[in-house]
Design a binder for this molecule. Structure first.
Ligand SMILES: C[S@@+](CC[C@H](N)C(=O)[O-])C[C@H]1O[C@@H](n2cnc3c(N)ncnc32)[C@H](O)[C@@H]1O
Length: 365
């Protein structure tokens, strides 16, 4: 993220630019709502009428997909997804420019002192090649490139489904009846929302969040409410080789991490999770797996390209249940997950990501 040489120079121009940016972002959010609801409903209707293929989920899949891709409604739907996301991040009213305009103020927030041990950075850490290969989500430079990149990510998720606090609360609620961990590790903790939700859901647990991005763990530490600080830690570390002690956690979790990794990395992460968990400890991921409905599957696979999700298709092909069993886990479960109280999974009224909860228990012996 580069500083703008021509940004507003006096406070009133800066305030005006900020208001313009905010209304532009509100417009994009409304357009995104139209895309996910009305446009998706139109796409479903048009496909039902115009596309007639036998066995669209099996032998007729290629023909079905070719016919859907030929529909103007699909092409418009795809164009909206790609370009609304680009407009959100880039350009003079994009989120990157918005954070740049607040650089001084945000940097001052991050300069505030933190309690000893809440944040550990590793400036010498090597980032895996897969992580820097692409501007994931169309976020220029990604969440690891700049000290303030986590604020761009935070602004991006606000207002969307993945930005709702209920997402993480609903996930942790599914786990409170299944386990009572005393030590939780949150892999790929981002700017801390998932880790904070675990600390709130398990009031007796110590929660440790790790992420490759120095910006993410720094913002996560600063955003940690006072009351949670004594039993939280954020560390810049690689979930594939964390260098944390073995057999030290009774719950290892991640939210929206697995689909951002190539297949080989997912297998490394499963092995590392097995090393970190105590025998009988549980792993719980909230992530995406491909839907079986042929139209939803096509839209999901197209989302990989349109949203810059370079490993989503690879991730879709991994047999996670077998991978966990082969790595010494038992009781593997994969469930649908409704991200909010209105989410309908079958059939959906609007376009939604195919959320899944993936659970497994490390063998005792
Ligand atoms: C989509 S974000 C999810 C953040 C957070 N869990 C949440 O729910 O808001 C994925 C995060 O995984 C991190 N990540 C990707 N690969 C990683 C790895 N090998 N080790 C640690 N973190 C990783 C990214 O930096 C990013 O912050």
């Amino acid at each position: 993220m580069k500083a703008s040489a021509q940004g507003p120079t006096n406070p009133s121009r800066a305030a005006l630019a900020d208001r313009e940016r905010q209304s532009y972002q509100r417009f994009l959010a409304a357009a995104r709502g139209y895309w996910a609801n009305d446009m998706f409903a139109a796409l479903r209707r048009h496909v039902a009428v115009e596309v007639q293929v036998n066995d669209p989920a099996g032998a007729g899949r290629d023909e079905f997909e070719a016919q859907v891709k030929n529909q103007p409604t699909y092409q418009l739907f795809a164009w909206f997804e790609r370009h609304l996301q680009r407009m959100r991040y880039s350009g003079p009213r994009g989120l990157v420019a918005g954070v740049e305009a607040r650089r001084e103020h945000l940097a001052a927030e991050l300069a505030q002192p933190l309690p000893q041990g809440l944040l550990e950075l590793d400036p010498d850490m090597d980032q895996p090649a897969y992580y820097t290969a692409c501007d994931i989500h169309q976020h220029p430079g990604g969440v690891g490139a700049d000290t303030l990149a986590a604020y761009v990510y935070r602004d991006a998720v606000r207002g969307g489904v993945v930005g709702k606090s209920t997402l993480h609360e609903r996930f942790t609620k599914q786990l409170t009846s299944r386990c009572r961990p005393s030590r939780v590790l949150d892999l790929g903790c981002g700017f801390g929302r998932s880790s904070h939700a675990f600390a709130a859901a398990f009031p007796d647990a110590f929660v440790h969040g790790i992420d490759l991005s120095a910006s993410c763990v720094t913002v996560a530490a600063h955003e940690t409410p006072e009351a949670l600080r004594p039993r939280m830690r954020f560390t810049q570390a690689d979930a594939l080789a964390s260098e944390l002690p073995a057999n030290d956690f009774d719950l290892v979790t991640s939210t929206m991490l697995l689909h951002e990794m190539p297949e080989a990395a997912v297998h490394m992460l499963i092995a590392e999770t097995g090393r970190l968990l105590v025998p009988g400890g549980m792993v719980a991921h909230l992530d995406f797996l491909p839907p079986s409905d042929p139209l939803l599957r096509l839209v999901y696979e197209g989302h990989a390209e349109r949203n810059n999700e370079p490993y989503l298709l690879e991730h879709s092909r991994i047999d996670l249940a077998s991978a966990y069993k082969a790595a010494g886990f038992r009781s593997v479960e994969i469930h649908d997950f409704a991200e909010d109280e209105h989410a309908r999974t079958d059939p959906p009224h609007s376009w939604r990501l195919p959320w899944k909860i993936i659970l497994a228990v490390k063998e005792e012996a």
